[in-house]
Design a protein around this ligand. Structure first.
Ligand code: ADP
Ligand code: MG
Length: 698
């Protein structure tokens, strides 16, 4: 332990200058930090390949051969150095675009070299761009003969001579030091069950694997461990919460819920909605605080579930609130809910940033004295000036738009924390949900209301715009409404993207007034203007709604049946899915048209293809995670998923599942980790907590 806490400058081969770089560039301060700076890949240098056996899709490899010629080709920027390498089985071209002079000076024709790199295909031939070249005599060092680690570095490090190879050497010094010892940190029963290699060996083989099998074993153990500790933390947090926090007991289902259900509910609930309501019901009467995440695809009917949950609170003499991320959405929830219960004696109020000061004051007072039963709003709800008489249920819609901090703020609105229901319409992959919301109970509304026809999604190029306009006219003639969404609001430097104003002007030419009415909403409008325009569309007065992504979440206009997304290649998958979810809300066949230019990256192509083939938000989110990685997905920043060093949420789903189940099982049998086998585990979890508290200060 002591050894791994040694400051990095004391490691053989480091010294003050390199230590400075390591601290600055990689946040490596101690021996332990270096030990956990894992290679991102390994090159198999245990064997030398023959040129005749090399295929263009092979990974990094090494060849040993003679450089038979070397010359500069091309001019100016296209200038490159091309060398021919002959190993007796064949000839391959090596190509450099940069550092030409240096290579020319250091590499001698006619001499034999060890060449490392990744094969590529060029004009039908296999070549190797930018290989590294070494004198085979000098490369005889033991380290190089094995499976060799490649470490993440930065440009600045490389410029100052600290590259992957230097890291490899100092890591080697570290793990061959006599004092290098690592305590095993998993309970023996887990090690036995999953047949893990010991921790120390895992660390040795993750850097310098003696075989590919041992590398895999090391990766498995370290990935498991990483997931396992995240899950232990989340689940222990949950255990503690249920042990220490009292919930508001809500034993009654009564007047409000039943009256609404029997007399005012305008449709039959789907089975999924019923199931989720039952789960919520079980939670709130348990005497413990509910903390539940409801995931439901767009249009699955979360609003009514939210309302009915709030009515449960009312039936037990408590107030309820619902927070949404945007004004438009809060407004719409307010209207939907007010309409649904307008025949009942329930007072619903709206509180947002743009509520006039006088009205705000009145609402706050009525909330405080208990006259308001249900309060709907934006972030304005969590301001400290908003005090409830007795808040029993707090709902957050589109949870992924809020931070953990804001969730916590709602807790404080009552002396016993209210029951919490968080809802998200951007389904996230199960693995991510387990990590982001691992301390919550989860429900899924995995069924759409009956009679919905799946949205038909097609891809059209910009050049087919006139045909798309024709289609829009047909749909409008049938009484439908159309959304057109643009990614940008102002002229950008890149004129190849259609922007809103330009699109609007163009559109007016093809859909002249007064026959066609076009509404427009964008982020730079004042809330009032937005609402006025939105209102025209909601009431059916406008045929077409031209908008930026402000309409992305939540908006509900069942008569709108066509969604046209301009420059669709510029949107992420979950955003496309959200936008598409604005249509298909009524009984009519709905359509989504993805407009793009001809030039598409392979990622864009995959996104468009996925959208055309799938209507399922959960499936789509899996592809999104693979394409973008967890760091780019909303809501991941504060979650700790980004601290994962080796485990990968999209590739290592099975390992995560094992780790979560293992953590659950342990806490089920030993919630306070008092068993001797869990001693080390407990210590590590506690020390992590302390690090969290103090770590940011130093
Ligand atoms: P989301 O889950 O995306 O928030 P909403 O709550 O806005 O979905 O519901 C989408 C539409 O489906 C609304 O018009 C709502 O009235 C309707 N709806 C909800 N539940 C049902 C149901 N069980 N049967 C029929 N329509 C429903
Ligand atoms: Mg919604």
């Amino acid at each position: 332990m002591e050894f791994l806490n040694t400051p990095i400058e004391y490691l053989k081969g480091v010294g003050t200058a390199r230590a400075e770089i390591l601290k600055k560039e990689l946040s490596i301060f101690t021996f332990g930090d270096l030990l956990y700076h894992f290679p991102y890949r390994h090159i198999d240098r245990s064997q030398v390949y023959a040129i005749k056996d090399i295929l263009p899709d092979m990974s990094y490899l090494q060849i040993k051969g003679r450089i038979t010629s070397m010359k500069r080709v091309g001019q100016g920027k296209a200038e490159r150095l091309v060398a021919e390498l002959n190993d007796g089985t064949g000839v391959m071209e090596l190509v450099w675009f940069k550092g030409i002079k240096w290579i020319e000076e250091s590499v001698k024709q006619g001499k034999t070299y060890l060449v490392f790199g990744k094969p590529a295909e060029f004009n039908g031939y296999i070549n190797m761009p930018h290989p590294t070249i070494e004198d085979p005599e000098q490369a005889q060092e033991k380290l190089y003969k094995h499976i060799m680690p490649l470490y993440p570095t930065t440009e600045k490090m490389k410029a100052r001579g600290v590259d992957s190879k230097v890291l490899m050497k100092i890591v080697h010094h570290l793990i061959t030091d006599k004092r290098f010892e690592v305590e095993d940190n998993l309970p023996p029963h887990l090690i036995k069950k999953f047949e893990f290699i010991p921790k120390k060996e895992a660390l040795l083989h993750i850097h310098f694997p003696q075989s590919n099998t041992l590398l895999a074993a090391a990766q498995y153990r370290l990935k498991f461990e990483e997931f396992f500790f995240v899950q232990m933390r989340l689940l222990r947090y949950k255990v503690k919460r249920t042990q220490t926090i009292a919930g508001i007991p809500m034993p009654n289902i009564g007047f409000y819920f039943n009256t609404f259900f029997n007399e005012h509910l305008p449709f039959a609930l789907t089975n999924a909605q019923k199931r989720v309501l039952k789960e919520i019901r079980t939670d709130v009467k348990s005497g413990k605080q509910m903390n539940r995440l409801v995931q439901g695809d767009v249009g699955s009917g979360k609003t009514v579930v939210a309302l009915m949950s709030m009515l449960m609170a009312l039936d037990n003499n408590h107030q309820a609130c619902m927070m949404a991320p945007t004004e438009i959405l809060a407004q719409q929830h307010f209207e939907t809910i007010s309409t649904l219960i307008n025949k009942m004696q329930v007072r619903v109020e709206l509180l947002t940033g743009s509520t006039p000061a006088k009205k705000k004051k009145a609402v706050r007072e009525a909330v405080l004295n208990g006259d308001v039963h249900i309060l709907i709003g934006t972030h304005a709800l969590i301001e400290s000036s908003v005090q409830f008489k007795q808040l029993g249920m707090a709902i957050i819609d589109e949870q992924h738009r809020f931070g953990v901090e804001q969730r916590a703020q709602l807790w404080k609105k009552n002396h016993i924390p209210p029951h919490m229901l968080v809802m998200t319409a951007t389904p996230i992959p199960r693995t991510l949900a387990m990590t982001l919301y691992g301390d919550l109970d989860t429900s899924a509304i995995d069924e759409l209301p009956a009679g919905r026809k799946p949205i038909k999604t097609v891809h059209r190029f910009d050049t087919n715009r006139l045909a798309v306009y024709g289609f829009m006219r047909e749909e409008i003639a049938k009484g439908r409404q159309v959304y057109i969404v643009y990614p940008l609001i102002e002229e950008s430097e890149k004129m190849d993207y259609m922007n809103l104003q330009h699109g609007f002007d163009e559109l007016v030419k093809h859909f002249p007034m007064p026959r066609y009415q076009i509404a427009m909403v964008h982020g730079k409008m004042k809330a009032q203007e937005k609402d006025a325009e939105m209102g025209r569309f909601v009431r059916g007065e406008a045929h077409i709604m031209v908008a930026t992504t402000v309409i992305e979440v939540g908006v509900n206009v069942p008569n709108a049946s066509v969604m046209i997304i301009e420059s669709a290649e510029r949107f992420g998958l979950s955003q496309l899915h959200q936008l598409r979810g604005r249509v298909g809300r009524g009984a009519e066949q709905s359509f989504c048209v993805l407009m793009t230019g001809y030039k598409l990256s392979s990622d864009s192509k995959l996104r468009i293809k996925t959208m055309c083939e799938s209507n399922n938000g959960f499936e789509i989110s899996e592809v999104d995670l693979k394409l973008r990685g967890p760091g780019q997905l909303e809501g991941t920043a504060q979650s700790g998923v980004l601290d994962l060093k080796i485990a990968d949420l999209s590739k290592d789903q099975d390992v995560l599942k094992e780790a979560r189940e293992a953590a659950q099982l342990i806490l089920q049998h030993d919630p306070n980790l008092n068993h001797p086998q869990h001693e080390q585990l407990k210590r590590q979890l506690i020390s992590y907590q302390q690090k969290l508290k103090w770590g940011h200060i130093s």
